[in-house]
Design a protein around this ligand. Sequence first.
Ligand SMILES: [Zn+2]
Length: 91
Amino acid sequence: MEEKFLLKNVMSASVLPAPEGYASRLEYWEHTTGRKADKCAHEICQRPATEGAIATKAFSTDRHRYVYPACETCARRTEMLYVTAPLAPLP
Ligand SMILES: [Zn+2]
């Protein structure tokens, strides 16, 4: 059973460049997790993942920013969303 996280996208972070040494945040996520980013990680979405979204954990004292694979729509959602994928902490 895949672990599930309740996340809130950090909209202001979407313009940030990819972590150093990576062509994109999606590539960073794949390298960090060892997984293939094929599908959007939003639990009720079936679209392909096209970008690495940036989010924080909702209702958590953990203020770290994480990358998860998302479609264009889910990467821009302003409401909290459940994500079923490993999270790659931003450096
Ligand atoms: Zn999606």
